[in-house]
Design a protein around this ligand. Structure first.
Ligand code: BTN
Length: 330
């Protein structure tokens, strides 16, 4: 049994009984020595679990930390692919970088990498993604969709919709999508997506969905600017979010949407994206990196491009860039 599975099983047994689980019963059920059980209890305590131990009675789980561990994340997780393998790191440079490397080395579809903090969290357009410890979710998921590289951006729709649904399920807030892949609450950014891909001309080898959500960050940690106002779910709702519950729901939503994507294609997901984005018909200013123009949004195409009727008259297909709404909040 994997070390993480032993941890998970010990937690499960302690949770199932309403009293103590004896060292002997644990060692019997797990098929490991009592010394091994003790080592695992020590390890769990090191992760922040408060476990009482009473001679002749055994161990009792008192409290669990809001820590994202493989054991907590995968406990009863109802997914087909996403979360089949989970790696939780205390600190790393970027979960996307770790997941990308693992995928290059053959990691299975559905592999998830989560870190408590990132020293070089990557944002879009070469920006830094602020990633302090203990408060947020930094997560990357490896997928191996049977699609061509031009269609890979459809997975961006998928991950954005998954995050929006998760925010709705885990909070009382109403998230809104801003093209291409930002999620706002009350007009301020709470989450960002950075999907990276490894592909050949005709075929995607793998995609890494990189998802950062500001869950419990405080105002002073946010690094918000006038041009890029940011918030967290805690700041927006006044209620802290349990990270583990949020992460589990997110993995379930990703998995369900990916399953649908494989069966029905991208259309239903793009339709939900459009509905949630409330961007259709809105006046926008588009910065493509090569210049700026103003216009009215007509929709998004199946390749993730924003279709904007420019004030000059042409229908522009915007593949990447920044979009600012000109007619009030998103
Ligand atoms: C954006 O600029 O809006 C995209 C931000 C994406 C951040 C996430 S956090 C987890 C994953 N690892 C990274 O280095 N980046 C993404």
């Amino acid at each position: 049994m994997l070390e993480e599975s032993v941890d998970a099983k010990i937690l499960e047994i302690m949770r199932a009984g309403d009293g103590f689980a004896s060292g002997e019963a644990l060692s019997r059920e797990l098929g490991v020595s009592r010394t091994a059980v003790w080592k695992h209890i020590k390890g769990l305590r090191g992760q922040g679990y408060r476990i009482e131990s009473v001679p002749a009675k055994g161990y009792r789980l008192v409290t669990a930390p809001d820590l994202i561990t493989p054991a907590e994340l995968t406990r009863g997780l109802a997914t087909r692919r996403v979360g089949g393998r989970v790696v939780c790191l205390k600190e790393t440079d970027s979960t996307n970088a770790v997941a990308f490397k693992m995928a290059e080395e053959g990691a299975v579809e559905g592999t998830v990498v989560i870190a408590d903090t990132q020293s070089a969290g990557k944002g879009r357009l070469g920006r830094i993604w602020l990633s302090p410890p203990g408060v947020n979710l930094y997560c990357s998921v490896v997928l191996r969709p049977p699609i061509s590289p031009v269609a890979a951006c459809q997975l961006t729709f998928l991950s954005v919709v998954a995050v929006a649904r998760t925010i709705e399920r885990e909070t009382t807030l109403i998230p809104q999508i801003k093209w291409p892949n930002d999620i706002l609450v009350a007009g301020k950014k709470v989450a960002g997506l950075l999907n990276e891909m490894n592909a050949e001309t005709e075929k995607v080898n793998f995609v890494v969905l990189g998802i950062g959500v500001n869950l419990n960050m405080r105002l002073e940690q946010l690094g918000s600017t006038l041009r890029h106002p940011a918030t967290s779910l805690l700041e927006a709702s006044g209620t802290p979010v349990r990270r583990i519950a949020f992460a589990r729901t997110l993995l379930e939503e990703l998995d369900g949407l990916y399953d649908r994507f494989l069966i029905e294609g991208e259309a239903p997901i793009r339709a939900e994206w459009l509905e949630r984005s409330a961007i259709g018909g809105r006046r926008v200013k588009v910065n493509t990196g090569n210049g700026e123009f103003r216009g009215t949004v007509q929709g998004v195409d199946a390749f993730g491009a924003l279709l904007v009727q420019s004030d000059q008259g042409a229908l522009e297909t915007v593949l990447s860039g920044d979009v600012a709404l000109l007619d009030g909040d998103a």
